[in-house]
Design a protein around this ligand. Structure first.
Ligand code: AMP
Ligand code: ZN
Ligand code: ZN
Length: 417
């Protein structure tokens, strides 16, 4: 009996250490390998099958492919780009939406405001991978990425560019290739590349439009251009590529809109966001957040779910930050909450696609492909959450990750042993 329990204990210990070995058994990578992280904004998980994207398909077929990567709530650009590079959920890294009010600063963060992109105080609850890398002696370059235009606790990437939406996707790829032409002691070992044409087409024409198909094809051609540039420099065999998107895209229409003004008195609230999810706070001296939530709930149509911040569904992990509005208005897929201000004319130009809905919604799924000497070959798995990407990037670069909310499951799935 004692032998049996002893054996069981040993077996359990062996199994446990096997698991741990599994987590750390990825072979250390040679120090001359490069890592390029490419984001194709708004590239829905199923576009790789639907559209003419031969380069991405080949990279996925030869390398590692998650059928669907699950973003964080809200499935918006800035929160998810920062999650991809920090391993932290938006409630933890603090970029809780593309636009949000910070009650301590009494100011609004906005994705297209220069100050928001350059002031560390908005971003410094997270440590992006380029900072982790620089701190450990790995030179990094960001050819656009939310959060790359600021220092974090005094550290910056060696190279970064102020966001310029006018540069074509190929010009951005050429920018990365030019950095790889630098002399060895200045050359970055980690680069980001950001492409946004697929997101634009998805918004303007819808996810299943010919225009979005064309944009996906064009983004694919840029990846082919990048690969050709790497090959011409003799770098293809030394380069690890991680290709991701931040979220998917869903159809919407001005006929599936709920109006803020039909639910509350807009003079008594600060409207902090609208779209696939809305957020409001009662103005000082009006009502409590609980009273506001109850009165909205009494009028809410079935497509609208009203939560106090502290009542947000646990699986959305969206409670623990004062930047999250007091009252959240979460819409079902395809539905938006909007203000009536300017509506008759806005109706005519209303977006045909959007994102921001619950990450579990099938249409919100994102892209994940990894290919290069660090990665396994021809490996496909069903799903991974984007909080795990940061640990993978750190492992490929051979650097120690900062504390984060992901684990090593992507290291185990994706990396060569
Ligand atoms: P959205 O679809 O509203 O979540 O945001 C996507 C848009 O964000 C893209 O169309 C880009 O033009 C814009 N964007 C992406 N990165 C940045 C950046 N670093 N700075 C400013 N705007 C950006
Ligand atoms: Zn986006
Ligand atoms: Zn978008």
């Amino acid at each position: 009996m004692r032998f049996v329990s002893c054996f069981c204990l040993l077996a359990a210990l062996a199994w446990l250490s096997g698991c741990q070995n599994g987590a750390i058994s990825a072979a250390p990578r040679p120090k001359d390998e490069l890592l390029i992280l490419v984001s194709i904004d708004g590239f829905r998980w199923d576009y790789i099958d639907r559209y003419d994207v031969p380069t991405l398909r080949q990279l996925a077929r030869d390398g590692v492919h998650a059928r669907r990567m699950t973003p964080c709530f809200p499935s918006k650009t800035f929160p998810n780009h920062y999650t991809l590079v920090t391993g932290l959920r938006p409630e933890t890294h603090g970029i809780v939406s593309n636009w949000f009010w910070d009650p301590a600063f009494a100011e609004t963060f906005g994705m297209s405001k220069d100050a928001s992109n350059t002031e560390a105080r908005w971003w410094d609850a997270g440590e992006p991978v380029w900072i982790t890398a620089e701190k450990q002696g790995v030179r990094s370059a960001c050819f656009f990425w939310p959060g790359s235009e600021t220092d974090i606790r005094g550290v910056r990437p060696s190279f970064f560019r102020k966001f310029n939406g006018k540069l074509t996707s190929d010009q951005r790829a050429d920018g990365v290739l030019a950095l790889l032409d630098l002399p060895a002691e200045r050359r970055p070992r980690f680069c980001t590349l950001y492409i946004d044409i697929v997101d634009h087409a998805g918004h303007n024409f819808g996810p299943l439009s010919p225009q979005t198909a064309a944009a996906a094809h064009e983004a694919d051609a840029t990846i082919a251009h990048l690969l050709a540039g790497l090959a011409a420099r003799g770098l293809r065999e030394k380069t690890n590529l991680v290709l991701v998107s931040d979220h998917g895209m869903s159809e919407c229409s001005p006929d599936r809109v709920v109006f803020v003004e039909d639910l509350m008195d807009p003079a008594k609230v600060r409207i902090e966001s609208t779209g696939p999810n809305g957020g409001v706070r009662p103005l000082p001296g009006t009502v409590s957040a609980a009273e506001l939530a109850a009165s909205i709930r009494a009028k809410a149509p079935p497509q609208l779910h009203v939560y106090l911040r502290d009542e947000m569904p646990a699986n959305l992990h969206y409670r623990n930050n004062p930047r999250i509005p007091d009252v959240m208005l979460v819409m079902d897929d395809h539905w938006n909450i909007e203000s009536k201000i300017g509506w008759p004319s806005r109706r005519a130009t209303y977006v045909k696609g959007s994102h921001g809905w619950d990450p579990a919604t099938p249409n919100m799924g994102a892209l994940f492909v990894a290919n290069g000497p660090a990665f396994r070959r021809s490996r496909e798995f069903a799903e991974v959450e984007n909080i795990h990407v940061y640990n993978l990037l750190c492992r490929v670069l051979g650097i120690a990750p900062a504390p984060n909310e992901g684990d090593n499951r992507l290291v185990r799935e994706a990396m060569k042993r």
